[in-house]
Design a protein around this ligand. Structure first.
Ligand code: ATP
Length: 337
């Protein structure tokens, strides 16, 4: 478990004082995948780097499995850091060393024997699917392969926590997917707690259990990913969610419409019920689906549909009331009345 208590990080120079993290308290549970989201400058990197004291907090505490890192001396901290792996956006591999040597480096730091290193590096490269690239140099690898080496290196000393600093931001969408599924596998099979920072909601949607949204150094919203996606509260969170669940209707469709356009949200089991066809059978209205999709978040469905309803005004109103009662949200975008 990671406990962050009243964490503050202020960068002070002769001319200015910048608050990177502004009094953040969070608990990240053992074995979860926790995402920290926010725009550039929100304080995500600073907060992440405080978790292994790459940045020393100005005040506050970071406890990992009950041990307060801020109270450790240099030697104790070095030892504690071996149990906190980290991967980076730009991989940070040593270009003059082979894949094997890059991973072995982390084990040498932990003073492992040559035999142990040989065995462990092979195990790790097998796990990340790169045994055949053992003797290659970083320049001979794709971005995704480089990140796999980064992951193998981060896991070398059996960490309990893996910190991911925009780990997929430099990768294309399909490579991102494969790295995210590797991280998910590591989390599920090895029970490692993963903390990742990202500005991409797609990443969060795919693998996180819970997220914190940051703005101006503060956590402004915190919760389970499904709850945040289905019921975001803060304007910034709403705009992040919209970036994934985009439903911009072309202007000509809106201006041409003679009916009432509604946006309907279905959560959980309701997404699989025949609410719309029941409504069309029960009321004298016509329904024309203009847009719609069902996303799966944490394996639970979230459906969003935009429909145009035409017919008698009072029937439309009754149909809308009916849908509103049976679903999780209904918004009238334009009304014919
Ligand atoms: N070493 C530093 N010296 C001075 N100010 C810093 C330093 N590092 C970060 N900051 C400032 O702290 C604030 C938070 O920055 P941080 O890098 O943590 O944000 P972020 O959300 O990770 O953004 P990005 O994704 O762009 O890195 C910003 O105002 C930034 O300018």
């Amino acid at each position: 478990m990671i406990e962050i208590k009243n964490l503050v990080k202020v960068y002070t120079s002769k001319k200015s004082k910048v608050i990177g993290v502004d009094n953040v308290s969070l608990t990240i549970n053992h074995g979860e995948i926790f995402g920290i989201v926010g725009y550039s400058g929100a304080g995500k990197s600073t907060l992440l780097r405080c978790l292994n004291l790459l940045e020393r907090p100005t005040s506050g505490q970071v406890l990992i499995n009950g041990v307060d890192l801020t109270s450790l001396n240099e030697q104790e901290l070095r030892k504690a850091r071996l149990k906190i792996g980290m991967i980076f956006q730009h991989f940070h591999l040593v270009s003059s060393k082979t894949v094997f040597e890059n991973v072995a480096f982390a084990l040498k730091a932990a003073k492992k024997s040559k035999e142990e290193i040989e065995k462990r590096v092979n195990e790790l490269l097998d796990m990340v699917g790169l045994l055949d690239k053992r003797d290659a140099y970083p320049s001979q690898l794709s971005g995704g392969q480089k990140q796999r080496v980064g992951i193998a290196r981060a896991l070398a000393n059996d960490p309990t926590v893996l910190l991911c600093d925009e780990a997929t931001s430099a990768l294309d969408p399909s490579t991102t997917k494969s790295i995210l599924s590797l991280l998910k596998k590591i989390n599920r099979e090895l029970g490692i707690t993963i903390v990742l920072i990202t500005h991409e909601m797609e990443v969060v949607k795919d693998i996180c259990d819970r997220i914190a949204v940051m703005q101006d150094g503060k956590v402004i919203e915190l919760g389970n990913v499904y709850d945040i996606f289905t019921n975001p509260k803060e304007p910034l969170t709403i705009s992040f969610i919209e970036s994934v669940l985009q439903f911009e209707l072309p202007e000509h469709l809106l201006s041409k419409s003679t009916g009432t356009i509604v946006k309907i949200q279905f959560k959980g089991d309701i997404a699989e019920e025949a609410v719309v066809s029941d409504m069309l059978q029960s009321f004298k209205v016509k329904g024309n689906i203009l847009h719609g999709k069902i996303e799966y978040i944490q394996d639970m469905p979230l459906g969003i549909f935009i429909m145009e309803l035409t017919g008698d005004e009072s029937e439309i109103k009754r149909a809308i009331d009916y849908i509103a009662q049976r679903t999780n949200g209904l918004e009238v975008i334009t009304s014919a009345a």
